[in-house]
Design a protein around this ligand. Structure first.
Ligand SMILES: NC(=O)c1ccc[n+]([C@@H]2O[C@H](COP(=O)([O-])OP(=O)(O)OC[C@H]3O[C@@H](n4cnc5c(N)ncnc54)[C@H](OP(=O)(O)O)[C@@H]3O)[C@@H](O)[C@H]2O)c1
Length: 189
C-alpha cells in the first residue's frame, strides 16, 4: 500500500491535533505545512518533523509530491482555500463547517468534479463505530421505518470576540454557540 503525503493549510488548534493523530496512521505522512507566517510554519514543522514549511497558502501549490491537503482554517475561509487547492488539482479534506452557504459548497463540489479530484468534509463523527452500529440497527429494520433524524451538538466556550466562534467576520456567532444539524432520513440512510 502506498503512503500518502499530506499537507496542512492553516496552523491553528485543530491542525495540531490533526498532526498528532496523522502520526498514528500507517499510510500517511505529514509532508508539508502552510501558514500565513513562515516562522509559525517552521515552528510547527520542527515540532512534528515535517520536511516542508511554507509562509503562504499559495506556496503550498508549488511543492512536489503532495497528495492531499487538509484545510484547517476558519470556515469563513474554506471556500477560497478549497478552491485554491482544487483548481491546482489537489485533493482536499476540508474542516467543518464545510462552507458559509450552499452556493459556496456547490462551487467547491463542482471544482472538484471538474478536476476529478477528491473532496470531503472532515466530518469525523460519521466514522464512529457507534454510528456504524446505529446504521446497522436501522437497516435491519429493528426500530421500524425511520422517518426523521435530529442531531444536536453544542458546547460552552470562553467569550473571545476576535476568535472564530464569536467573530462574525470569521462566520462566528456573537453568542453562545449551539449547532443543530437536521437530516432527512432519506439523505442520511
Ligand atoms: N473536526 C473537528 O472536530 C473540529 C474541531 C475544532 C475545529 N474544527 C474546525 O477546524 C477549523 C479551524 O478551527 P481551529 O479551532 O483550529 O481555529 P483556529 O485555532 O482559530 O485556527 C485557524 C487557523 O486558520 C488560519 N487562518 C486563515 N485565515 C484566517 C483568518 N482570517 N483568521 C484567523 N485565522 C485564519 C490561521 O492559521 P495560520 O496563521 O497558520 O495561517 C489560524 O491559526 C474550523 O473550521 C473549525 O470549525 C473542527
Amino acid at each position: 500500500m502506498r503512503t500518502f503525503n499530506w499537507a496542512i493549510l492553516g496552523l491553528g488548534t485543530i491542525a495540531h491535533k490533526f498532526a498528532q493523530d496523522l502520526a498514528l496512521v500507517p499510510q500517511a505522512r505529514l509532508h508539508a505545512v502552510a501558514s500565513r507566517s513562515l516562522a509559525k510554519a517552521q515552528a510547527f514543522a520542527a515540532t512534528y518533523g515535517v520536511p516542508h514549511a511554507v509562509g503562504s497558502y499559495e506556496a503550498l501549490l508549488a511543492l512536489p509530491d503532495l497528495d492531499v491537503v487538509y484545510i484547517a482554517t476558519p470556515h469563513s475561509e474554506h471556500h477560497a482555500h478549497a478552491l485554491l487547492c482544487l483548481r491546482a488539482g489537489l485533493p482536499v479534506l476540508c474542516e467543518k463547517a464545510f462552507a458559509r452557504s450552499a452556493s459556496q459548497a456547490q462551487e467547491m463540489i463542482e471544482a472538484a468534479q471538474r478536476r476529478g479530484v477528491f473532496l470531503m468534509e472532515a466530518f469525523w463523527t460519521r466514522f464512529f463505530p457507534a454510528i456504524g452500529q446505529a446504521l446497522e440497527v436501522v437497516r435491519a429494520g429493528a426500530i421500524g421505518e425511520v422517518k426523521h433524524l435530529v442531531a444536536d451538538f453544542g458546547f460552552a466556550s470562553e467569550y473571545n470576540p476576535t476568535g472564530r466562534l464569536f467573530n462574525p467576520a470569521l462566520a462566528g456567532a456573537p453568542c453562545w454557540i449551539s449547532a443543530s444539524i437536521r437530516f432527512l432520513s432519506a439523505s442520511f440512510f
